[in-house]
Design a protein around this ligand. Sequence first.
Ligand SMILES: *Cc1c(COP(=O)(O)O)cnc(C)c1O
Length: 392
Amino acid sequence: MARFGDRRYGPMTELVLGGRSSDEQFGFVNPPVVHGSTVLWSTVADFKAARGRYTYGRRGTPTSEALSDALKQLEGGQHVALAPSGVSAVSLALMTALKSGDHLLMVDTVYEPTRRFCDGMLRRMGVETSYYDASVGAHVSDLMRPNTKAVFVESPGSLTFEVQDVPAIAGAAHARGAAVIMDNTWATPLFFKAHDHGVDLAVSAGTKYLGGHADLMMGWVSANAAHAAALRTTHGALGLCCGPDDMFLALRGLRTLGVRLAHHQAAGLRVARWLQSRPEVARVMHPGLESDPGHALWKRDFTGASGLFAIELEPGSEAALAAFLDELELFGLGYSWGGFESLAIPFDARPMRTASKWAPQGPTVRLHIGLEDVEDLVADLDAGLARYGAVG
Ligand SMILES: *Cc1c(COP(=O)(O)O)cnc(C)c1O
């Protein structure tokens, strides 16, 4: 099998082929895992001209190239830069697009550590951030200032799952010369083609579905043609690189991303629909549900849903919430998501919202639906909600 160049296959085929090249793999199916810093030259002339495909481990290895090539194919962009975590990919994208004196428009429903980076580091570097309501759409142009150089979107929003009108926002931002950055972790580039919807710099936490097995920290940024050079330069200046074994795990995860996501989607929707029928549940926040306020936009722009969503319970005590969550047998209580296992965490988004209203009546819980049998997960939640109702 040769490199497949410009030929376009279906997305599942691309996941299987991406980053592979039989010429350089000694016939093995998978690319080699290269542990390396120094690259040797044979003459001073070659050294001085920095001749050759590789020059130094930090700047790229056959392993990092295989992974970034495969991700580039999946994203449909011009360049992919790998980062050691999702948060480092977010900061890489922001530093690629912004400089001292610039203004950033940030969605209010953004992942909380991104907010912290803006209010801390970016502020210290002379970039001002203001937050906007996720439902803003094309009206984002009313919020733009002469020095607004980037608009950041995350759709659906972290914890509360509001869907944004990304094409409308991108149109308004581009009309005034601002770049559009998106955190696309929830959908992955398989279910949302960020560049096709006007995003210039698309960020993903590979820690989630790319890794898929709760054993990896990784992130990446994909740039379109207009931002590829700036991304390369910023990535190089920051000295970001990933460990070869982690990149190997990410490549391995990529091969099964499609089948895993299809299962997470179907199982997540089944559990979400079942939860809607429960008297203890006031609201299910999942854009794939017809009743969700973001459903029409999701249906228009996305080709699928992942296994992460949230519920608002009917009012109940802290003790009732603990009774629900503490005794769950299959849902673990922990950060991150996108692995093969189901998770449930309570959250309070109120302190994280400054430009929009978030006022649930009861406790809120984020669920990740893993690869277990759906019947087992439903039985676990069924018993948990009964405990919630009993304690009250
Ligand atoms: C988890 C997450 C990140 C950060 O990824 P890490 O690898 O944990 O740093 C960024 N954005 C979103 C939406 C996430 O869920």
